[in-house]
Design a protein around this ligand. Structure first.
Ligand SMILES: Cc1cc2nc3c(=O)[nH]c(=O)nc-3n(C[C@H](O)[C@H](O)[C@H](O)COP(=O)(O)O)c2cc1C
Length: 197
């Protein structure tokens, strides 16, 4: 089993980085081969260009995108780890989705409308943030984030979003709290390792 971890944070001092490192170890222990795509470290080019759009029309993509698509095709489980920035993905991750989840690879127009092509893949999203969950719940935004950052993208492409966890008030959290949050996140994966979801 292959576990693709798409990681979008520029700092090694971040909570997101700690979560990524712990998830890599936990995957190995549980028999999943972790592959980390560290978008900042790779200097991933997030700009969908005119050339990209022309290629997509003919069912082609750039060489850097073929590599990313192969990782997706060969993975059973995909985790995205990212901070919430301006109520969305960091731009580098948004650009990864723009370029990698391309027409003809991730979805296509079939006889019955749009068909997702990436079936039998589980997706987990882990999102750190500055605000409290309560504040966002009060604005009905947690459900909206789950929809726009998860379902509208991954279900659309035929994948199963099995979990989206938010980690609140991270800039003010103690090491103890961060440890507690990461333990909770990793606990969820027990249901994945043992195929209960
Ligand atoms: C550019 C930028 C935009 C941000 N926008 C939001 C936001 O919309 N909502 C929020 O709750 N926190 C926001 N934050 C705070 C981050 O989400 C928070 O610092 C981060 O998740 C902490 O976790 P980390 O240690 O993994 O970076 C923003 C931070 C930055 C740098």
């Amino acid at each position: 089993m292959q576990h693709l971890i798409i990681y979008a944070h520029p700092s090694k001092k971040s909570f997101s980085c700690m979560l990524k490192d712990r998830l890599v170890k936990e995957s190995l222990i549980n028999g999943y081969k972790p592959i980390v795509r560290d978008l900042y470290q790779m200097s991933f080019n997030p700009v969908l260009s005119s050339d990209d759009l022309d290629k997509i029309k003919y069912g082609n993509v750039s060489d850097d995108i073929i590599i990313e698509q192969e990782y997706i095709v060969n993975s059973d489980l995909i985790t995205l780890i990212f901070p919430l920035w301006w109520a969305g993905y960091p731009a580098i991750l948004k650009g990864y989705i723009d370029r990698v989840m391309s027409y003809g690879f991730a979805y296509k127009a079939g006889e019955k409308g749009i068909e997702g092509l990436l079936i039998n893949k589980k997706v987990v999203l882990l999102t750190s943030m500055g605000n409290s969950i309560e504040e966002y719940e009060g604005k009905n935004l947690i459900g909206a984030f789950k929809q726009t950052l998860g379902h509208e993208i991954f279900y659309f492409c035929g994948m199963d979003v099995i979990h989206h966890e938010f980690f609140q008030q991270i800039p003010d959290a103690s090491e103890e709290i961060k440890e507690k949050y990461s333990n909770k996140a990793l606990k969820f994966y027990n249901s994945v390792w043992f195929e209960k979801v």
